[in-house]
Design a protein around this ligand. Structure first.
Ligand code: KIV
Ligand code: ZN
Length: 535
């Protein structure tokens, strides 16, 4: 058996499906580029039949990320996959979306547990078998690389699975993905399931890759994925930060770092450049507005922090006393002093390039202006500051409204008041003042008065990018569209009432809060007026 585990990233499909993780097409494209730089083998870019926006986003990713870049002809090009239910319509759309990639893949699925067949599909087991053979064959007639998943395999009868998977092989599937859709199994059970499939599926041969896809409902997704890999699976389906339906999917960083850190146990390799992990984690968190919990393995803010005196003492004596991985292995920079106010454009460009951001001249001008502004206010500018600035400046939806000025007065003496100036989509300047329960509330009320798009603020998070009183403040928000018009069709209503994340960074936390809110509102407005793909 080969010792290479393919990393199939589904952040843009299963991850994006989780409540509030909606990304615009431009954001998806940026994440896809980062995933390619990270070295994932397969990017599941979306579910093209779910909406015209999703089809368009997958098509752009297939064309732009799924092909060699000019100037880098030898760089690894990921497979680009599109998900499809086992129906002709879905499969046709998935093919339409991925066919522009150098290595396209159609991933089709159907439920195989009794619960799914009886209640969801209302199909007999024989009908399911028939559908699998017809639809896998149809997908294969379009695309040479076909993946098949028996949904809810974790609760399916293994004997039935062998038959279904045997049909999929006969019809041309080359990857068989085994999902624990509801995160129900234990590692031992999942090991046995994969082991049984490899041993008993008719027609199983070396050209077939067994894949595992686990959900985290009982907190065992990573353990189950690793158990499946030990049983012989050679593809792991994962997401950045473990985002995904309900409690999420297996997290990429946990699987990859376990295989690397415990190499003597597994003796397996992946193609991941682990030094990119922290960066992609931050990008996904900023775009989705889903904050990573501080104690999250590998990418949480405290993952490499040592607080207890005994631990700090041990760390000072030798790093290995309390650290099983080095922070720099996952791209968490230990260097604090990176640049100061005297650093020039060239130094900034090369530091950003080392961090994985290649900017053109116009972008560099903007980044340099922001950097100088920050360096005037803050003694040292760290990698973390630069990441926050880049995210704030470039990883934003297209501007509809733009913050043009903000003044707040607050304290114990009176009523917190904010005066806000925004440049509107028509180029005009709008000014509004409002009183609130605090400075952020007052600012958001003033913005609402100008923008006039009904929404609910679901979540507001603020944190300091680095230590010290002069630190940059980073704010992420999640808002939900609130449209009372029930005459619209279901698809439009979903679009209007989706959850959107926004992100902003500034040394002034009220300015950062305003930027984050405006960025989320911009996404909502664009989605409501034009559809997500144009955001
Ligand atoms: O969890 C699941 O079963 C899935 C399939 C569509 C692969 O996401
Ligand atoms: Zn899933």
């Amino acid at each position: 058996m080969n010792n290479y585990v393919r990393i199939f990233d589904t952040t843009l499909r299963d991850g994006e499906q989780s409540p509030g993780a909606t990304m615009t097409s431009a954001e998806k494209l940026e994440v896809a580029h980062s995933l390619a730089r990270l070295g994932v083998d397969i990017i599941e870019a979306g579910f093209p039949a779910s909406s015209p926006d999703d089809l368009e986003a997958v098509r752009r990713i297939a064309e732009e990320v799924g092909n060699p870049t000019a100037g880098e002809p030898n760089a690894k090009v990921p497979v680009v996959a599109g998900l499809a239910r086992a129906s002709k319509g879905d499969i046709t759309k998935a093919w339409e979306a991925v066919k522009g990639a150098q290595k396209p893949r159609i991933h089709t699925f159907i439920g195989t547990s009794e619960i799914h067949m009886k209640y969801k599909l209302k199909m007999d087991p024989e009908e399911v078998i028939q559908r699998v053979s017809e639809m896998v064959a149809y997908a294969r007639s379009l695309c040479a690389d076909v993946e098949f998943s028996p949904e809810d395999a974790g609760r399916s009868d293994p004997e039935f699975l062998y038959v279904v998977l045997g049909e999929a092989i006969k019809s041309g599937a080359t990857t068989l993905n085994i999902p624990d859709t509801v995160g129900y199994t234990t590692p031992d059970e999942f090991f046995n399931l994969i082991d049984g499939i490899i041993k008993h599926t008719p027609g199983m041969h070396d050209g077939i890759t067994i894949s595992v896809h686990c959900h985290d409902d009982l907190g065992m997704a990573t353990a189950n994925t690793l158990a499946g890999i030990r049983a012989g699976a050679r593809q792991a389906e994962v997401t950045i930060n473990g985002i995904g339906e309900r409690a999420g999917n297996t997290s990429l960083e946990e699987v990859v770092m376990t295989l690397k850190t415990r190499h003597p146990v597994f003796e397996l390799e992946t193609g991941i450049d682990t030094t990119q992990i922290a960066r992609v984690s931050k990008l996904v968190s900023n775009y989705t507005g889903m904050v990573v919990q501080p104690n999250k393995a590998i990418v949480g803010a405290n993952a490499f922090a040592h607080e207890a005196g005994i631990h700090q003492d041990g760390m000072l004596k030798h790093q290995t006393t309390y650290e099983i991985m080095r922070p720099e292995d996952v791209g968490v920079s230990q260097s604090t002093l990176v640049m100061g106010k005297h650093s020039g454009r060239h130094a900034l460009r090369s530091r950003l390039a080392e961090m994985g951001h290649s900017l053109d001249d116009v972008e560099l001008d903007k980044a340099f202006a922001r950097f100088k502004e920050l360096a005037d206010r803050k003694k040292t500018v760290t990698d973390a500051d630069l990441e926050a600035l880049i995210a704030d400046e470039f990883y934003q939806p297209r501007d509809v409204y733009l913050l043009n000025g903000l003044q707040v007065s607050c304290g114990t003496m009176g009523m917190p008041t904010a005066s806000v100036r925004l440049r509107g989509p028509d180029g005009k300047i709008y000014t509004q003042a409002a009183i609130g329960t605090g400075p952020v509330d007052a600012t958001y009320k003033a913005i609402d008065e100008i923008v006039n798009v009904p929404s609910t603020l679901l979540e507001f998070n603020i944190h300091a990018v680095t230590e010290g009183i002069d630190a940059l403040g980073e704010v992420t928000v999640r808002i939900q569209g609130k449209d009372g018009d029930h005459t619209m069709d279901a698809q439009t209503e979903i679009q209007h009432n989706r959850v959107y994340g926004g992100h902003g960074a500034d040394t002034d936390i009220i300015v950062a809060s305003a930027k984050a809110y405006i960025s989320a509102l911009n996404k909502l407005i664009i989605a409501q007026t034009e559809g997500l793909q144009t955001a």
